[in-house]
Design a protein around this ligand. Structure first.
Ligand code: DAH
Length: 339
């Protein structure tokens, strides 16, 4: 049996075919239902049990080789055919247009990429959240006016279940489950009950970053912010921090970058100030750490949050927020990405 296989193998290796008909005859001869290999398979029954393994392997090998050889000869003819007529009949009739990444995805990936280089890893949380993770754990008191800062959608009129209004909710989820050091970035969709216009939408996207460890200081935050701004908007970008208020950070700040449209000289986009606001940030309030079971005497941290649409607008000067969710291909196909 082994000799038979060897002999067939040699024949197949030497196989030549000058035209498709000869090739088809050869295919039937070796690989057809009543061909030489099928006959070998029939004989296989008579092979003694202890040889079955080896012989089986050789027959399979022969079959693979034969199939490959016939296929490669066939491709030669096909290639010839193509050259002769100059037309590839196997191509589709219409040009295939490739899709493009959504601008929000492009910018989101870019933000993630920059923070990854600082050692941050991605964390995600649910869009339908409970009051604790969106508000209470983040130091919003029950009757605190700060809750009005974000117009909340409640699910089934239950004040305890909400569509998250910011990705800061993921901070709490991670801090509850992990002990420091924590260095995470949380991209995601958020929802607010806003009238839809060119500058507001009822859903949009944010990226949150959180860094908790021993001895994390405001200087660390500033350094990360400067690095981010330069990587995202170019090396000449300057940053400016203005004191601000968020219930979950103390002190809190808002960061402006030098207007990347006029280079800081002043233009209608930056309302002639030379600066545009881009994110909120601060040192995590000790109450928030304690709410999540982290000892605020041992650990400190910074947090920051930014809108992806806002960053995208700055990069691409999209004037109407609604364009991001209308799925108009004339808009979408203008964005190309390396990712
Ligand atoms: N969650 C805030 C918002 O949606 C943004 C924010 C501000 C996030 C300051 C932070 C922060 O982590 O420290 O407006």
């Amino acid at each position: 049996m082994i000799e038979k296989i060897e002999a067939l193998l040699t024949k197949i290796e030497q196989l030549e075919a000058s035209d498709p008909e000869t090739l088809e005859t050869a295919r039937v001869k070796y690989l057809g239902k009543k061909g030489a290999i099928a006959a070998l398979m029939d004989d296989f029954r008579n092979v003694p049990a202890e040889k079955k393994r080896e012989v089986g392997m050789r027959v399979n090998e022969l079959k693979t080789k034969a199939t490959e050889k016939i296929q490669s000869l066939k491709e030669q003819f096909e290639a010839h055919g193509e050259r002769d007529s100059g037309i590839d009949l196997s191509r589709t009739a219409y040009p295939v247009t490739l899709g493009t990444r959504h601008p929000i995805s492009i910018v989101k990936e870019e933000i993630i990429d920059i923070f990854k280089r600082l050692g941050f890893s991605i964390a995600e949380g649910p869009e339908v959240e409970d009051d604790w993770h969106v508000f209470s754990s983040l130091n919003f008191a029950d009757d605190h006016p700060a809750r009005d800062m974000q117009d909340t959608f409640f699910v089934q009129n239950d004040p305890q279940i909400v569509l998250r209004t910011h990705t800061s909710s993921v901070q709490t989820r991670v801090m509850e489950e992990t002990s420091p050091p924590i260095r995470i970035i949380c991209p995601g969709r958020v929802f607010r009950n806003e009238a839809i216009s060119y500058r507001a939408h009822c859903f949009f996207h944010q990226v949150e970053a959180l860094y908790i460890d021993r001895d994390v200081s405001f200087a660390d935050l500033k350094q990360a912010l400067l690095f981010f701004a330069k990587e995202m908007f170019g090396d000449d970008t300057k940053i400016r921090l203005r004191p601000s208020y968020f219930p979950f950070t103390e002190p809190s700040a808002e960061m402006d970058i030098s207007c990347n449209i006029c280079g800081g000289k002043g233009c209608p986009f930056c309302k002639h100030t030379g600066w545009v606001e881009i994110l909120g940030c601060g040192m995590v309030d000790p109450n928030v750490l304690e709410n999540c079971g982290i000892d605020s005497k041992e650990f400190t941290g910074y947090a920051l949050g930014m809108g992806i649409e806002r960053v995208t607008n700055l990069k691409y000067q999209v004037k109407d927020l609604r364009m991001f969710s209308e799925n108009d291909v004339r808009f979408l196909e203008q964005f190309q990405s390396a990712h």
